[in-house]
Design a protein around this ligand. Structure first.
Ligand code: PLP
Length: 414
């Protein structure tokens, strides 16, 4: 049997060969496949196609930028106008006062930048034992070595010969502040560099924070000199109805990671915002100030930067962050209604992202396959849940139709 050249590294290849869905074009919230099927993008691809697909003005921006300056790096004394403009624009909207930012190529990159920076910072200020990173069970922080190591999804850490690729990681219960206090007690604050969390946990099954959770976590971080890192790779740029979830949940992070929504997926871009406390030791005049040494070839790529700026302009011009907040209310209503279905265990919403958790007798993966036949893309998440997170240009009716699609599939079982 011939096998495809493309190894989809997030797929069980033996089961998907012969059943792969090849997308060939996209417009707005809809995708077209090689068989001509038209599918509603009920997950905004991987939580990122926020302004919708196929915008001509985005294509024009990329074309114009490539003609003017296709690419130039930001190492040493070099920089480029687009990267500089984007950074100024982003820090002006960041939920951290006087932030600096580092650009890179995606969410996993951002996690590496953030977690290495936490350790590098403590080392620089003389707290050389502060190395441990605390994360939450069921969290997802990308799949580079550091993200894999802090991941709370066990299956992502399996098969490497040890529990963690990078030393000094610790996972705690996702809602328990006592678990964090206990970990500090056990490990010692003098050994802990940072705590990292998604403000609304995404891949782990869409878990918004419990009331008061982050306030207490932040208090403990402050009291114990532990950096607080908000992983806003999904939530950044409007997904929770505010530009950043840090504002919605009153977080004051030392570092914020972002990616996805910064370009709505039109280019591979990620980055981190860094608070003054952390960036200052790297900006002081004199030889004692080190180079962070985490530049990558495409940090500050001008085409991706130009696309990000146009994406932000579209979000603003079309009021899409406010629209996301309005869509959350529609989604919450629909999910509340489907909760009474006898095959639904519970539902959760935390912004315009939601999950329908099913009872064990029906598998989320099976449901997502069935609903595809009705023309809707959804995705199975950890905990037997179905992900719903369409683009921000979605209509109220499309949200209703999508949830109704799930209801039809469940009704057919009965
Ligand atoms: N962090 C979070 C919260 C994510 O959801 C993801 C991806 O889904 C990542 C990090 C990794 O981002 P990327 O896939 O762009 O490397």
């Amino acid at each position: 049997m011939t096998t495809p050249a493309l190894w989809s590294a997030q797929a069980h290849m033996p089961s998907v060969i012969g059943r792969q869905i090849q997308v060939v074009s996209a417009k707005g919230s809809y995708l077209t496949t090689d068989t001509g099927a038209k599918l509603f993008d009920g997950t905004a691809s991987l939580w990122y196609a926020n302004i919708g697909h196929g915008r001509e003005e985005m294509a024009k921006v990329a074309y114009e930028q490539m003609k003017t300056l296709d690419s130039y790096h930001v190492f040493g004394r070099y920089t480029n106008n687009r990267a500089v403009e984007l950074a100024e624009m982003l820090v002006s909207m960041a939920p951290i006062d006087d932030a600096k930012m580092i650009l890179n190529s995606g969410g996993s990159d951002s996690i590496d930048v953030a977690l290495k920076l936490a350790r590098r910072y403590w080392n620089q200020v003389g707290c050389t034992s502060k190395k441990v990173i605390i994360s939450r069970e069921h969290s997802y922080h990308g799949l580079h070595a550091y993200g894999t190591s802090v991941a709370g999804l066990d299956f992502n850490r399996e098969g490497y010969g040890s529990d963690s690729l990078v030393d000094g990681t610790e996972r705690i219960d996702k809602h328990s502040t006592e678990a964090f206090a206990e970990a500090i007690e056990r490990i010692g604050a003098e050994n802990i560099a940072a705590y990292i969390a998604e403000p609304v946990m995404g891949t782990g099954g869409v878990h918004p924070p419990h009331e008061g959770y982050f306030a207490e976590i932040q208090r403990l971080c402050h009291e114990n000199n532990i950096l607080f890192i908000a992983d806003e790779v999904i939530t950044g740029f409007g997904r929770t109805g505010t530009m950043f979830a840090s504002s919605r949940y009153a977080l004051q992070p030392d570092i914020i990671t972002f990616a996805k929504g910064v370009t709505s997926g039109y280019a591979a871009l990620g980055g981190v915002f860094v608070a003054p406390r952390v960036w200052q030791p790297f900006f002081e005049q004199g030889a004692a100030s080190p180079i962070y040494r985490h530049g990558t070839t495409y940090s500050g790529h001008p085409v991706t930067a130009a696309l990000a700026m146009k994406n932000l302009e579209i979000l603003e011009r079309e009021g899409l962050v406010e629209r996301s907040a309005a869509l959350e209310r529609i989604l919450a209503g629909e999910l509340a209604a489907i909760e009474s279905h006898d095959l639904v265990a519970t539902t959760r919403v935390g912004g315009f992202l939601g999950a329908i958790e099913l009872h064990d007798e029906v598998q989320a993966e099976w449901v997502t396959d069935q609903i595809l036949d009705l023309g809707f893309i959804t995705r199975p998440l950890r905990g037997n849940a179905v992900q719903i997170s369409p683009p921000f240009i979605t209509t109220d009716q499309e949200v209703r139709d999508l949830v109704n699609g799930v209801r039809h599939v469940l009704d057919d079982i009965r």
